[in-house]
Design a protein around this ligand. Structure first.
Ligand SMILES: Nc1ncnc2c1ncn2[C@@H]1O[C@H](COP(=O)(O)OP(=O)(O)OP(=O)(O)O)[C@@H](O)[C@H]1O
Ligand SMILES: [Mg+2]
Length: 405
């Protein structure tokens, strides 16, 4: 499996948009008894079904979606992804737990408020884009504005802007049947964007697209994220898509979130054997950042050699080290945080680097800066390896398993 994971910076805020706590969705007879009864709540899915006839699609799930992040929900078919995301706007009614958006209790919203939530604040982009076949591209994009009550000329003007934004300029008058699958998906995306929602919710939007168009759309999403800072919740069961787009990933199994973390945390420190197996074929060097391999720099090392940013991947650092033939300095705003050498970088590729190396490196890094004093802090940064930006994907690699799970 080859991955092109854009170098990412964590979102600068931890302010939650959605906040979910103790969420359950149980299908079947008398569903509320399951979360209320610790004995039933602890049953595995097969036992629960046998004893009660119920399916717990979402089991005691808690997480925040932070402002400006792409929050990916990943898991095998049937693990509860769609149910979870539909609960956020109560397209499916939760059985237990709390959900808030910007501090407002979603479960307490009346019908009017809920409609407002779905129309203005959290727009959903589905796999089968739900386009109106007899309407033009422009009118499909304007549809969300129409149901919001925006006047005709204003909505057409805004729709035209979003048609152009998703690269469909010149196709305004076509009907959905005259578009390719990828173009239709762009119309669906433009329609969701046109209502200017605070959060975009995507339920496997690209799974029906062929790989090249899919990559285009992934890049479009990454661009919207980096240029407009959109908050997104993105469901996928494709691991490479999750790693490429997600700031954080919630990995689901049988209705539970088994691990929630950055791509680097999930690949570098899998929470259990299930997650380990899940990420086994991921090229670690394309996901792990240099912090995993970093050690304190000696005085001589801080003075010269190639420089990489802290968010550079191990793969990028390997290239810099190989070209220079010396360790690379990890530089942040002119300060040398530490160095990475070929042995440590190869250790990450081989999976022999300690799982908690990133944490150790972070501690070492503070020590290194302290120990090397102001001279290191003032070290110049020659030819800093430019990190790739989100959405700027490299050449397509052969994917042995595009649908990794
Ligand atoms: N309306 C329903 N009634 C009963 N069971 C349901 C209902 N909807 C979903 N389920 C069950 O809940 C579980 C989770 O379903 P869900 O659709 O959330 O999975 P998913 O992770 O989105 O799967 P996929 O990747 O196939 O879309 C499954 O076992 C499913 O059979
Ligand atoms: Mg689904």
């Amino acid at each position: 499996m080859t991955l092109t994971v854009p170098t990412r910076k964590p979102p600068t805020t931890t302010e939650p948009v959605f906040s979910v706590s103790g969420l359950w969705k149980v299908f079947g007879p008398k569903p509320e008894r399951i979360p209320a009864d610790p004995g039933l709540a602890a049953l595995d899915p097969a036992e629960l079904r046998a004893r009660t006839g119920c399916t717990a699609a979402v089991r005691d799930v808690s997480f925040d979606v932070r402002k400006g992040e792409v929050f990916v929900v990943m898991g095998l078919s049937g693990s509860g992804k769609s149910t979870l995301v539909r609960c956020l706007t109560r397209l499916i009614e939760p059985t237990a737990g709390t959900i808030s958006i910007d501090g407002e209790d979603v479960r307490a919203m009346d019908r009017t408020r809920l409609r407002e939530l779905r129309r203005h604040r959290a727009a959903m982009v589905f796999q089968h884009f739900g386009l109106l076949p007899h309407r033009t591209v422009l009118d499909n994009v304007a549809y969300g504005l129409e149901i919001q009550g925006v006047g005709r000329s204003e909505r057409r003007e805004r729709a035209a802007e979003f048609v152009a934004k998703v690269g469909l300029e010149g196709m305004e008058k076509r009907r959905p049947a005259q578009l390719s699958g990828g173009q239709r998906q762009r119309v669906g995306l433009a329609r969701a964007l046109a209502v200017d929602p605070e959060v975009l919710l995507f339920d496997e939007p690209f799974s029906a697209l062929d790989p090249l168009i899919r990559r285009d759309m992934q890049e479009e999403v990454a661009r919207l994220h980096s240029e407009e800072g959109r908050t997104m919740v993105f469901i996928t069961h494709d691991l490479s898509e999750a790693l490429k787009l997600g700031d954080r990933i919630a990995l689901m199994r049988d209705g539970r979130v088994v691990q929630l973390g950055t791509p680097e945390e999930i690949v570098g420190s899998p929470a259990d054997d299930y997650v380990r197996e899940f990420v086994r074929d991921v090229p670690r060097e394309q996901v792990m950042t240099v912090g995993t391999a970093m050690r304190p720099a000696s005085a001589a090392e801080t003075a010269g050699g190639p420089a990489v940013r802290p968010e550079a991947t191990v793969a990028e650092a390997i290239e810099a080290v190989a070209r220079a033939g010396t360790p690379a300095r990890v530089m942040d705003k002119g300060r040398c945080l530490g160095v990475v050498d070929s042995d440590a970088l190869l250790g990450v590729v081989a999976g022999t680097a300690p799982a908690d190396a990133a944490a150790t490196a972070a501690t070492d890094d503070a020590a290194a800066v302290a120990a090397s004093g102001p001279a290191a802090g003032a070290a110049p940064v020659p030819e800093e390896a430019a990190p790739r930006r989100r959405g700027q994907a490299g050449p397509p690699g052969p994917r042995t398993s595009p649908e990794a799970v």
